[in-house]
Design a protein around this ligand. Structure first.
Ligand code: S3P
Length: 445
């Protein structure tokens, strides 16, 4: 029998029109899943995780810890059993650690690895190899780490082991939860306390998870402080559904007329709900029901009904709280009445792709008037003809244009969609159950 190989590339072909309805579950939160694996690996005792995202990004993090001697059972259907080796129990990986497409994995792992007794090397795919790592290398070096980056501060990262780290008080130059987290993770190993002050609120999953694992954390205003030398105690965790993945359906159900769509158990951490705030300001009808806590994080079911959206100037303060959802928010803008202006979003240029350029080109390709600016975009709401969009290998660009087809006159073909598996394995299947006419087309490389 021939070996079963997955195609080198896949495209999406999405039929125009349709409506989204029903009730669906969404895979686990990517940010929380990475952290769950990291904290569980370094804890004393066994952690059972439920709802873990089995996307490629998180699988890279899991593989890295397995390589460093951490016993992991699963993941299977979102369940994993991780036997922590304690703060000082990791062993040398013996080869480079491949972080795939994941900036979160590389930056957070850099914080942990900077404090280990062994040397390590972090590598990634072509997209990750273009992304800035100086932003984590700089503060870690201030703590005493020895890290060499590739050209212009990019991966690979060569991290020297056996360095004694000292605590620092660090003011983040850019609002980045990844940098904050890297410094805090290294801070657990440092002599003395470590604090991080952020210029604007960013996701606080690391702070919440430190607490869940019994590590002392002090938060005052924009500053988080931890002592060095503490321990993590294993705990059982339930990962909420990822609001960043839910966002495609929030927008899809808002722009296409239809009954209603319910998304179960979505994380509504206040540092992640920029997408809800922005869509509501545009006139979206999203109701939160059955609000509860799960694993130290607030969750709710989200019920969405179609609404007439209007263009707005997206408040700059919401940008870090919606940073991963901005591509699909721009799709909402494409079908809103009037103009939507996005500013203060230059960080989008250094994500899995240059998301400002990718969105502007994609919107133009389907017939929407979108003007790129250095730090954002101006989108004039209109109607989409359909056409061919290059996702540039970026999962969120691919999924954003898939839901745009709901309002297009002709099909939208989206190229290079394999990386959807990094954050939302099974997206096309879930989307189909809600009513999206999406077809997955395997293509040669
Ligand atoms: C993440 C933080 C954000 C986000 C990324 C996940 C995290 O990046 O874009 O998808 O898990 O901490 P920055 O912190 O670089 O803005």
């Amino acid at each position: 029998m021939p070996a079963v190989t997955s195609p080198a590339r896949i495209d999406y072909r999405v039929a125009p029109g349709g409506r989204l309805s029903g009730e669906i579950g969404i895979p686990g939160d990517k940010s929380i899943s990475h952290r769950a694996v990291m904290f569980a690996a370094l804890a004393q005792g066994t952690t059972h995780v439920e709802g873990l995202l089995e996307g490629e990004d998180v699988l890279c993090t899991l593989a890295a810890f397995r390589r460093m001697g951490v016993p992991v059972e699963g993941p299977r259907a979102g369940r994993a059993k991780i036997t922590g080796v304690g703060m000082n129990g990791l062993s040398a990986p013996g080869a480079s650690l491949d972080m795939g497409n994941s900036g979160t994995a590389m930056r957070l792992m850099a914080g942990i690895l900077a404090a280990q007794p062994f040397d390590s090397v972090l590598v990634g795919d072509a997209s990750l190899t273009r992304r800035p790592m100086k932003r984590v290398a700089d503060p870690l070096r201030l703590m005493g780490a020895m890290i060499e980056t590739g050209e212009e501060g990019r991966p690979p990262l060569h991290i020297r082991g056996g360095r004694k780290l000292k605590g620092i008080d660090y003011r983040l130059p850019v609002p980045s939860a990844q940098v904050k987290s890297a410094v805090l993770l290294a801070g657990m190993y440092a002599d003395g306390g470590t604090s991080v002050t952020e210029p604007a609120p960013t996701r606080d999953h690391t702070e919440r998870m430190l607490r869940a694992f019994g590590y002392p954390v002090e938060i005052s205003g924009a500053t988080v402080r931890i002592p060095g030398g503490g321990q993590l105690r294993a705990t059982d965790l339930q990962v909420p559904a990822d609001i960043s993945s839910a966002a495609f359906f929030l927008v899809g159900a808002s722009i296409a007329p239809g009954p209603e769509l319910t998304l179960r158990g979505v994380g509504i951490n206040p540092t992640r709900i920029g997408v809800l705030n922005i869509l509501r300001q545009m006139g979206a009808n999203v109701e939160q029901v059955n609000a509860r806590m799960a694993g130290g994080e607030p969750v709710a079911d989200l019920r969405v009904r179609a609404a007439r959206l209007r263009g707005i100037h997206i408040p700059d303060a919401q940008v870090p709280l919606a940073i991963d959802e901005l591509p699909v928010i721009l799709i909402a803008a494409a079908f809103a009445e009037g103009e939507t202006v996005l500013t203060g979003a230059e960080e989008l240029r250094v994500k899995e792709s240059d998301r400002i350029a990718a969105m502007a080109a994609g919107l133009a390709a389907i017939g929407i008037d979108a003007r790129e600016t250095p730090d954002g975009m101006i989108v004039r709401g209109g109607s989409a003809k359909g056409g061919i969009v290059d996702s540039r290998g970026d999962h969120r660009i691919a999924m954003a244009f898939a839901v745009a087809a709901l309002r297009a006159d002709r099909p939208i073909t989206i190229l290079d969609c394999k990386n959807v598996d990094t954050s939302f394995p099974g997206f096309a299947g879930v989307a189909r159950t809600t009513g999206l006419g999406i077809e997955v087309v395997p293509t040669a490389a």
